[in-house]
Design a protein around this ligand. Structure first.
Ligand code: ZN
Length: 323
């Protein structure tokens, strides 16, 4: 089991997305209202790792977009019952400030009162799907209370991104991720809801091999790469990315809650030397399909334009980082 907390890496950061890359969608970015962000950073400092980019939500999005990101999927999660409605309105409001650039995901606390109503309202506000976190929200993904969420998302065609991997575990969680999470349980959800699109972040950390096999078998399951390509977490991954089913892998960063440079995983992805088709899929097209993202222009067109966006627009905005 992973031993936390871990140290910061003072690796160098690039000033923009390399111009030879295709259109990039970051499928895993966190935003929260200021007070919750602060509480999360304090928690991470103590039990996880030092957060390198302590930015407010609008600055998180500005930061990445000004460095050449084409589109961002923004996530948040309710830590307790009764807070999801407020968080979803907050998410919808922020997304409106970045038209065609940010897709927001809804949150709900599984089992809370009116959970279906909460999600319906969120979808009416334009949110694209639901983010769930088993460690923070302490739900069993096979419990009955989850069916309401799965049923609704399945019938409305909304994807779910669900932290279902056992790591990074911490004794500071109120529940034991090793009891709640395993690939077998997630497989049951995927089988019971064949029309429900599900993404498991961090390549399923630390059950990399079972998740590799699951995406080969099930067309309704995707994985994102967040933190799993960084070579940061001291967890061995026996699976090579190039051996995986690459049309089911999405690039995601976990920005700003990372202890290293914002573009660390993009640089590592480049080093793997995948085909240009696979790179275009992982870096953008797979996420466009999974989240039903509406771009102002087709991704292939946007790709040619992207380099121009960086130079024609403003300089990448600078922010003070607290290391
Ligand atoms: Zn995350």
């Amino acid at each position: 089991m992973l031993k936390l907390p871990l140290p910061a890496l003072n690796d160098t950061e690039g000033h923009s997305i390399p111009s030879d890359l295709p259109f990039v969608v970051d499928a895993h970015v966190h935003i929260f209202p200021d007070g919750i962000f602060k509480a999360i950073w304090d928690w991470f400092d103590k039990y996880g790792w030092p957060i390198r980019y302590r930015l407010t939500s609008p600055d998180v999005l500005d930061y990445l977009l000004s460095r050449g990101l084409g589109h961002i999927v923004a996530l948040q999660y309710a830590h307790k019952p009764g807070t999801a409605r407020g968080l979803n309105s907050y998410m919808a409001k922020i997304c409106r400030k970045f038209p065609h650039k940010v897709s927001g995901m809804a949150t709900v606390f599984p089992g809370e009162n009116e959970s279906e109503r909460v999600l319906k309202e969120a979808f009416e506000m334009g949110l694209k799907g639901v983010k769930l976190h088993a460690h923070v929200q302490c739900f069993d993904m096979n419990s009955e209370e989850m069916d309401a969420v799965y049923d609704l998302c399945s019938s409305e065609g909304k994807p779910i991104i669900i932290h279902a991997g056992r790591e990074p575990n911490s004794p500071a969680y109120k529940c034991d991720p090793y009891v709640l999470c395993n690939a077998e349980k997630l497989k049951r959800v995927v089988e019971n809801y064949p029309k429900l699109k599900i993404c498991v972040p961090h390549l399923g950390v630390d059950e990399f091999l079972p998740y590799k096999q699951l995406i080969e078998k099930y067309d309704n399951l995707w994985l994102d790469t967040s933190m799993a390509l960084a070579d940061y977490l001291p967890i061995r991954n026996p699976v090579k990315l190039e051996d995986m089913r690459l049309d089911r892998i999405m690039y995601g960063s976990d920005f700003p809650n990372v202890p290293y440079a914002w573009d660390r995983e993009i640089k590592r992805l480049k080093q793997i030397k995948l085909s240009s088709e696979s790179m275009a899929g992982i870096l953008g097209e797979n996420a466009v399909e999974f989240f039903n993202i509406t771009l102002r222009q087709p991704a292939c067109h946007a790709r040619h334009k992207r380099a121009g966006i960086v130079t024609r627009g403003s300089k990448p905005r600078e922010y003070v980082h607290r290391h």
